[in-house]
Design a protein around this ligand. Structure first.
Ligand SMILES: Cc1ncc(COP(=O)(O)O)c(C=O)c1O
Length: 417
């Protein structure tokens, strides 16, 4: 693989594939990443933050940023993250609950390998982030179980039924099972879990003593109303009489600063923090992304991160609202759109008779537009072929409006054939 990379001089994750989002022959609406127009500011602000941090590190800090970092991450980075997200969430994020990661993907890998019985269970939504599924499948002894989803979140009856059937006592790890989800602006469906579902989920987690791992990577991208949704982690209230700590909030700067920064954090209950902090994986390397966390701390101290996040937010919001407006107006009868209140994704269902894979083929041939079919997000892909996911993150508003109009025209033709 590395040889191939060297020979082909690949520049990004999408490079070298038929669906390269940077090539103009095809409009790729599959990619959940910001485009050049948003990332172009990173160079300048990271230069300023680096200069700021290097000065401190050299003059006051014995070049500690270049040493193995403390397992949870340096205080300044955790402090700045806690301060910013406390303000954004409108609910306290505690510095001492945080572990710095190199992104939500690494967080998930660490959670799976450290906290969950490898002969145990991972419950996932019937549609879920496809690459998280790929991560889980690599733990070949884990049993992955799909749970129904509805417009308010996970189907609690289905989840409880499965918990009852599968429950066992783990002798080896803290948890016999984990439920993995994206409760806020879900990938791929765009839904957010209702407060009732969140409350009930925490009760279930306490009753059956399983872990809930939330990828909270879209939470602050809230386009409707002024308030960011309360994250599931906050429903697991520490002052409840039966509190033990069952939820992890796995956050990331990928969608709000840039994916290449590879920086994230996990908000973790005390009992799990001790286990994660003492894992060989973190201890061997120290903080999972020490250097970058120091630069990002400066980015916040200088106010540059806040400005950049606001700029990205404004662009995403404009793109999402404009694209949804077209679909709401032009989608043919029988199709359904879940209009998301935030995040990156629009989920469209073709109704009883549509097949997303057939429609994708037609859309690529006739309109040169690519998107991801719903089956890619399902544990059992063969059964699910009537929906697809579009991302608003990468392309400009005008391109997205044009694409949405063409998709609707193509859909009418497809469904009338
Ligand atoms: C739900 C979800 N989790 C994790 C990631 C990847 O996050 P990171 O870049 O922080 O590893 C994505 C990116 O698409 C995502 O949608």
């Amino acid at each position: 693989m590395s040889l191939l990379n060297e020979e082909r001089k690949l520049t990004n994750l999408f490079d070298g594939t038929e669906w390269n989002v940077y090539q103009s022959k095809l409009l790729n609406l599959g990619v959940g990443a910001p485009g050049t127009d948003l990332l172009q500011y990173c160079g300048d602000i990271f230069c300023k933050a680096t200069e700021h941090r290097m000065k401190i590190d050299k003059e006051e800090n014995l070049s500690m940023l270049f040493q193995y970092g403390p397992t949870s991450g340096i205080y300044e980075a955790r402090f700045e993250i806690a301060k910013y997200f406390t303000q954004m969430y409108g609910s306290e994020v505690k510095c001492e609950d945080l572990i710095i990661t190199s992104g939500a993907t690494q967080g998930l890998q660490l959670i799976l390998s450290t906290l969950v019985d490898l002969n145990g269970y991972v419950f996932v939504d019937e549609y879920t982030y496809m690459l998280a599924l790929d991560c889980m499948k690599q733990f070949q002894t884990l049993n992955i179980v799909s749970v129904k989803l509805n417009k308010n979140g996970v189907d609690l009856d289905d989840l409880e039924q499965q918990l009852k059937e599968k429950q066992f006592k783990s002798e080896k790890k803290e948890f016999w099972a984990m439920y993995y989800t994206i409760p806020t602006y879900h990938n791929p469906t765009g839904i957010h879990f209702s407060p009732e579902v969140c409350e009930a989920l925490v009760k279930l987690a306490r009753k059956y003593d399983f872990l809930i791992s939330c990828d909270d990577v879209y939470n602050i991208l809230c386009y409707k109303g002024m308030k960011v949704q309360k994250r599931l982690f906050a429903y697991d209230a520490k002052d409840d009489a039966d509190y033990k700590g069952h939820v992890i909030s796995n956050g990331s700067f990928s969608k709000i600063l840039g994916p290449g920064v590879r920086l994230g954090w996990m908000e973790v209950p005390r009992r799990m923090k001790t286990l994660l902090d003492s894992s060989g994986f973190i201890n061997s390397g120290g903080c999972l992304n020490n250097y970058t966390s120091g630069i990002v701390a400066s980015l916040f101290q200088l106010g540059l991160a806040q400005q950049h996040i606001q700029r990205m937010f404004d662009a995403y919001k404009e793109r999402m609202l404009a694209t949804c407006e077209v679909f709401e107006r032009d989608l043919p009868a029988g199709c359904q759109i879940i209009t998301p209140e935030g995040g990156y994704f629009i989920w469209i269902s073709l109704g009883e008779n549509g097949k997303a894979s057939e429609f994708l083929k037609m859309c690529m041939e006739e309109e040169k537009i690519f998107f991801i079919v719903g089956s890619r997000f399902a544990l059992h892909p063969d059964k699910r072929d009537n929906s697809f996911r579009l991302s608003i993150a990468f392309h400009s508003k005008d391109k997205l409006i044009d694409a949405a109009e063409r998709i609707c025209r193509c859909l009418k033709k497809y469904l009338n054939n």
